[in-house]
Ligand binder design. Structure first.
Ligand code: ASP
Ligand code: MG
Length: 425
């Protein structure tokens, strides 16, 4: 007997008919002898519909009321799923965030979970009932309803898994797992059987479509095994686990991101404080910067070049800020902008112990005639900035160049390995 979390996203509970499918899935696990806690999102499109209503009233609606409104979507689906389970002969009970004390901080629309009291859920499943929890919502210390940010039901699911020490947190979604790269961009993309939390976080541009990033951080902190799988098939999906449960491969996935823009400052006075001034300006205005490259100083104390990337959506604002700041850089500085760029990245834990991964990446791109305009690295990732028109070519050649098209798709049965939650720190 295992204690399992089954989380269903909006598309999986989008109609009453689909609710019968998810109910069947939970009942099946229950009949196999497992205890089941379901977490549900709002019916597909519902959160958007609610937020749209709010924005018809005010351009910037009050955030407390926005959360009170948005949280209703999950209340509806939790109650409807519980009724569906009952209709199908199971005993079931729904719970809202505050009823199981999902305590959060008071940051409306992006609250973070502080604690969850698992007692009531544990009692419910011990009585042989299926518990159905409204995802995405919590309550702050003053009793206000809060929500956890878009896609936040994933985080509810993982946090509850940690709180009640579930054996596995199954996230049912409309894709059947996490892929080595975007299958729409690269026909040889393969489903990854097991991936480490750290890799999943670095592959955010791929993974974010599947899991809320925050949920992976919580899973990593508490050692919750996540099983990302399709709500339309029985086949195992992707296990997101700690690295001790993995065989190391050098490169696990190839990600790309077309949403960045490049800002290049030329002729910047090469003296202490200039670069600090530029980035303080950006951070004071809540612009987050991704890659930063400064060309080597000549040492002669003359000028240098600074290149950095920001999100495309911030570019207009950044232009205004930089232009207003030009005077304090001295007369000789000029600036260029380019939003036709893409960042391609290779990610893998194995990079820590294998030399030559970055140089192989550069040669693969060079062989395709793709010019690299900036590079950044972390312990388990190498990113290159290239011209956007080469994105597909770069992704495909890196993917196959690192042998990801030949990855074995063996996956241990979900009921065995990878189920047990290890409590860490
Ligand atoms: N319903 C919320 C949203 O659409 C939360 C979720 O689906 O996870 O973002
Ligand atoms: Mg989602």
């Amino acid at each position: 007997m295992a204690l399992i979390i089954q989380k269903f996203g909006g598309t999986s509970v989008g109609t009453l008919e689909k609710m019968r499918n998810v109910a069947r899935c939970a009942i099946q696990a229950h009949e196999n002898g497992d205890q089941v806690v379901m977490i549900v999102s709002a019916m597909s499109g519902e959160t958007n519909r609610l937020l749209k209503l709010a924005h018809e009233i005010a351009e910037v609606p009050d955030s407390r009321e926005l959360d009170a409104l948005a949280a209703t979507g999950e209340q509806v689906s939790a109650a409807l799923v519980a009724m569906t389970l009952q209709k199908m002969g199971a005993r079931a009970q729904s719970f809202l965030g505050h009823q199981i004390r999902v305590h959060t901080d008071g940051a409306f629309t992006k609250a973070r979970i502080r604690t969850i009291d698992g007692t009531r859920l544990k009692e419910t499943v011990q009585e042989g009932k299926i518990a159905v929890v409204a995802g995405f919502q919590g309550v702050d210390s003053r009793g206000n309803i809060t929500t956890l940010g878009r896609g936040g039901s994933d985080t509810t699911a993982v946090a509850i898994a940690a709180a009640i020490e579930a054996d596995v947190c199954e996230i049912y979604t409309d894709v059947d797992g996490v892929y080595t790269t975007d299958p729409n961009m690269c026909p040889t993309a393969r489903k990854i059987a097991r991936i480490a939390y750290e890799e999943m976080l670095e592959l955010a541009s791929l993974g974010a479509k599947v899991l809320q990033i925050r949920s992976v951080e919580v899973a990593m902190k508490y050692g919750v095994a996540i099983h990302v799988r399709s709500s339309f098939s029985d086949r195992p999906g992707t296990m997101v686990v700690g690295e001790e449960d993995l065989e190391s491969v050098t490169v696990t996935g190839v990600a790309y991101d077309k949403s960045e823009a490049r800002v290049q400052l030329i002729g910047v006075p090469d003296k202490p404080g200039t670069v600090a001034g530029v980035f303080k300006l950006l951070s004071d205005n809540h612009v987050s910067v991704d890659m930063i490259i400064q060309s080597a100083s000549s040492g002669s104390g003359e000028t240098t070049e600074v290149t950095f990337t920001v999100n495309e959506t911030d570019l207009a604002r950044v232009k205004g800020l930089i232009e207003a700041h030009m005077d304090s850089l001295g007369g000789g500085t000029s600036v260029e902008y380019d939003s036709d760029i893409a960042k391609v990245s290779i990610v893998g834990l194995g990079m820590r112990s294998h030399a030559g991964v970055a140089s192989k990446m550069f040669s693969i791109l060079a062989d395709e005639g793709i010019n690299i305009s900036a590079i950044s690295t972390s312990e388990i990732k190498v990113s290159c900035l290239i011209s956007a028109k080469y994105t597909e070519l770069a992704v495909r050649s890196l993917h196959d160049g690192f042998g990801l098209d030949k990855l074995a798709q063996t996956n241990p049965p979900p009921n065995k390995q990878g189920r047990k939650i290890r409590q860490s720190s």
